[in-house]
Design a protein around this ligand. Sequence first.
Ligand SMILES: Nc1nc2c(ncn2[C@@H]2O[C@H](COP(=O)(O)OP(=O)(O)OP(=O)(O)O)[C@@H](O)[C@H]2O)c(=O)[nH]1
Ligand SMILES: [Mg+2]
Length: 360
Amino acid sequence: MNISIGIVGLPNAGKSTLFNALTKKTVPAENFPFCTIDPSVGLVSVPDDRLEQLAALSGSLKKIPAVVEFVDIAGLVRGAAQGEGLGNAFLSHIRGTDAIAHVVRCFIDDSIIHVDGAVNPARDIEVIHTELLLADAQLAQRRLEKIEKEVKRGNADAVAEKELLRSALETVSSGQSVSSLSSDNSTKRMLYSLGFLTIKPVVYVCNIGTEYEKQSVVEVRKIAEKTESDVVEISVRSEEELSQLDDQEAREMRRELTVEGGGIDHVIRSAYRTLDLMSFFTTGEKETRAWTVPRHSSILRAARAIHTDFEKNFIRAEVITWDALVKAGSYTAARSAGLLRLEGRGYVVQDGDVIIFRVG
Ligand SMILES: Nc1nc2c(ncn2[C@@H]2O[C@H](COP(=O)(O)OP(=O)(O)OP(=O)(O)O)[C@@H](O)[C@H]2O)c(=O)[nH]1
Ligand SMILES: [Mg+2]
């Protein structure tokens, strides 16, 4: 399963432009048979220098990065939850994603229409947030009606769900996201599976263009702070233009435009971090590959990321951190220096581990 991020925001905020810039960096199709998705869904590789260094060490024929799926969602407008604009269809696209990249217009350009007449990031964020809260309120209400019969019958699961739905409804009615409701993991999972939108983590992407007021970004940061969300500042249009040049040309152009490098990479990394994911690696002559698992995963969970048989038939693993391996120069050198640790079922994988699985 791919991790997927929905690009959300008002019309003309720069979502599709961001999507295009991101997907120019997309992974080669042959590595990913599922790569041909519809035009608004793209797989983007997570930039990772560790992968490069490990591939060089092993002389790998192939490098396979971790990937994140981005989904370009059409602009939400006030009233979307009531079916305005393209309304509910878009809310359901957001429902299918794991996290939200919220593009906020900060750039000033009179030739690009703003649906509310003027640039105002705090108001824009509020408009989107309100629609998501309304959609969540409707979801809770509908679900409450649906389970009422079971509740009356005394079904314990339904009674517990009703309790949870009622607190979710109360929370969103008071203007708070469902994510503020609980930090306990099993409750969170349940809220996720019920399909709430405001439980999803958010990365704010300030589209600063080539002209903007510093205050705009300050306002976005203030809002993001409340939920400990990441903020990335980029000029989406410049990034899209730069993504069409080769590396050398892009470097020169950046100097001319005084646009800092790595803006798009920040968005990708930030999404990855927001979802509390980490990577472990496998490396050899055939390929070096980054695998994505949730932080604090057990070695068995890591084995499952590769293949369910690896989890079932797991015997033990040989583990080394990526930098120790690169420093040693080769697996053989690392092994003879006693740097490979033997780990059993109880091991908790660390970000950057390089692993050899021994399976029966
Ligand atoms: N000046 C300026 N224009 C931009 C920038 N980013 C995007 N635009 C322009 O704004 C217009 C809308 O951009 P899109 O990326 O299509 O916006 P969107 O958010 O996908 O809009 P909808 O799909 O309608 O919701 C286009 O004409 C872009 O070229 C920017 O950084 N500066
Ligand atoms: Mg668009």
